[in-house]
Design a protein around this ligand. Structure first.
Ligand SMILES: [Zn+2]
Length: 329
């Protein structure tokens, strides 16, 4: 079975190593560096066939340097991660090609629109460079919306509404993980396409601000969206030791809400410092698969691992969009 992992922070980790720690990068993705949770070898070992790689601009980066920082991460994506051995997925045709091939696929994504500096030219530029799904915020508020970490709890700004419309027009998938609850409902109301949460668990199982309530889960399901189960232990269970069984309780809960055809995976590897026991890096993904197969039939598991993601992306990527869509809708 193939596996799609909808969220990791490999690019942020590479960027931190190069630009903050001033370390040298010696092809760590290809040399299976032990400081990376996501490497070519680990992905292969874990059976992950398609990895989303997020551009994430942390709060420490000056807002006036945000676009430049995004470009630094794009550069790391193309110099350190992309090679002839992998394929970059930029649209529907690429995705269909990937389905038929055995190659490792990569999707460039954004976690928070900080890198656009609220500017459509910069958003378009990042699109040209391959960004094909976009989370509106990280935890803090930004120009387009409040994240879950902003006490004000506001929804989308006027600019945020315009961003949603432009992302819809570009057929870029909108990721609502990290968004404030009010922002979540605003996006659901105005987005003409189903949206998804790339890495969030269920609030009924663990009441964490980053997790989704039952009404949010049901709304994503009825809108035809997707929910990416995340392996971050602090979103999974409140205990010191968190296991794969704890993660399965979230899957069970999603299924009880009728979400079985809307579950995907979003590891958050290289964005987390603590890990679930037995799920320490991409190479361990097979352990989760094995557990899932003990509880669910193969067809359902196939859905969780990749088919639900494919179905979802095909709803967003109507046209092949390797290139920019000039026409305004
Ligand atoms: Zn995140």
């Amino acid at each position: 079975m193939r596996i799609i992992d909808g969220h990791c922070d490999l690019l942020w980790r590479l960027w931190t190593k190069k630009y903050v720690e001033k370390g040298t990068l010696d092809r760590p993705f290809y040399k299976n560096a032990d400081w990376l949770m996501v490497t070519k070898e680990k992905l292969k070992e874990g059976g992950v066939g398609l990895q989303a790689c997020a551009i994430y601009i942390s709060e420490e980066v000056a807002r006036t340097r945000a676009f430049l920082t995004a470009l630094e991460m794009v550069d790391l994506f193309y110099t350190e991660v992309v090679s002839d051995e992998v394929m970059v997925i930029r649209g529907r045709k690429d995705l269909e090609e990937w389905e038929k091939s055995n190659r490792l696929g990569l999707i460039l994504t954004m976690e928070g629109v900080e890198g656009t500096e609220g500017d459509f030219l910069k958003l378009h530029t990042l699109y040209h460079l391959g960004v094909r799904w976009v989370g509106l915020t990280h935890n803090p508020a930004n120009l387009v919306a409040d994240g879950v970490g902003e006490a004000r709890g506001a929804g989308l700004s006027q600019l945020g509404r315009e961003f949603v419309q432009e992302l819809n027009r570009l057929q870029v998938a909108i990721d609502v993980s990290h968004l404030s609850e009010r922002g979540f409902w605003d996006v659901l109301e105005i987005s003409s396409q189903p949206v998804f949460a790339s890495h969030s668990n269920a609030k009924s199982i663990l009441p964490h601000r980053r997790n989704l309530s039952d009404v949010q889960i049901s709304a994503l399901v009825s809108a035809g969206g997707l929910i990416g189960l995340t392996y971050a232990p602090h979103f999974t269970a409140a205990t010191e030791k968190v296991t794969i069984d704890d993660l399965l309780r979230h899957v069970e809960h999603y299924c009880s809400l009728g979400a079985e055809k809307h579950i995907g995976l979003g590891s958050d590897f290289d964005g987390i410092s603590k890990t679930i026991e037995g799920l320490e890096h991409s190479g361990k993904t097979a352990a989760l698969v094995e557990k899932l197969l003990r509880h669910y039939d193969e067809k359902l598991v196939e859905g969780f691992l990749y088919r639900n993601y494919l179905e979802y992306l095909k709803k967003i990527w109507i046209d092949d969009h390797r290139y920019f869509r000039c026409e305004k809708s």
